[in-house]
Design a protein around this ligand. Sequence first.
Ligand SMILES: NC(=O)c1ccc[n+]([C@@H]2O[C@H](COP(=O)([O-])OP(=O)(O)OC[C@H]3O[C@@H](n4cnc5c(N)ncnc54)[C@H](OP(=O)(O)O)[C@@H]3O)[C@@H](O)[C@H]2O)c1
Length: 282
Amino acid sequence: MKILLVGAYGQLGTDLRKTAPECVKLICPKKYEFNILNKEAVKNFISKVEVDLIINCAAYVKVDFAEEEVKEAFSVNSYGIKTIIDNLNKEIPIVHISTDYVFDGKKWKYKEPYYEDDVPNPINIYGISKLAGEYILRNYIEKHYIIRSSSLYGVAGASGKGGNFPYTILKKAKAGEKLRVIDDIYMVPTHTYDLAKGIWKLITDEYPYGIYHITHTGYCSWYEFAKKILEFAGLSADIEPVKHTEFPTKAKRPLWSVLGTKKGIELGPWEEGLERFIKMIS
Ligand SMILES: NC(=O)c1ccc[n+]([C@@H]2O[C@H](COP(=O)([O-])OP(=O)(O)OC[C@H]3O[C@@H](n4cnc5c(N)ncnc54)[C@H](OP(=O)(O)O)[C@@H]3O)[C@@H](O)[C@H]2O)c1
């Protein structure tokens, strides 16, 4: 199977490259060769390669900046997917990565995960632009997988964010800084190495097309996540739980963005994914 991987050198893209099954031949253009903001470049590249499937990991991921850089966020997260579609044989399946931030967090009341059939209602520009991308894909390409995941971390770090949460916590703890971490926003931290393996399973086992939530199981607050990072890394630090209102941000965030699935691909407990990550970077 010949697969074009867009955004191949980002955090998730890197782990998709590392975990690709043997039956897959990956084509991984650099951003200068396949910039989804550049229609001509996309058209030229696609006309030169014959692929059986596309995985799109390219995204604008700066949640707070997106509140100001609305055009940039929509250009990559919504319009970019249309550019790929416009230059493609419509029979070629597309795997597209989306986010827990398409939900508003109101399920917090019930402490119940968001499932694939829950109605999205994003509360920030990033989430709105990602949901628009989902709708574009669903409406133009029948053979699609939309994969929503949450709070990603991987060895490569998110290139769009300049790292990830575990790296920030480890760096601050090693520098002896006091840590103040939000304890009233809940999510499922997800290791991109495990997510990548889940995505390959979805593709190679030929699951039915549609929307999939793929994350680890369980959930925690950012404070609980930070405590586990320190525990697994064998570090001690002065760490204090704080309310999200103590860290005002430009973008509103859902206070509860725990995802669950009714479709069968689960990555195991979030603590185990984190333990694997800490071992990988040690
Ligand atoms: N990070 C999270 O916590 C999180 C949570 C839920 C869902 N997601 C979703 O997961 C996916 C992967 O995220 P990630 O953490 O791997 O982020 P990432 O490391 O920032 O990866 C995004 C990739 O997209 C590339 N890209 C950006 N603009 C592009 C363009 N115009 N044309 C081509 N490529 C472009 C980036 O290249 P450059 O670095 O060269 O710009 C980078 O390689 C995204 O769809 C994101 O929305 C992320």
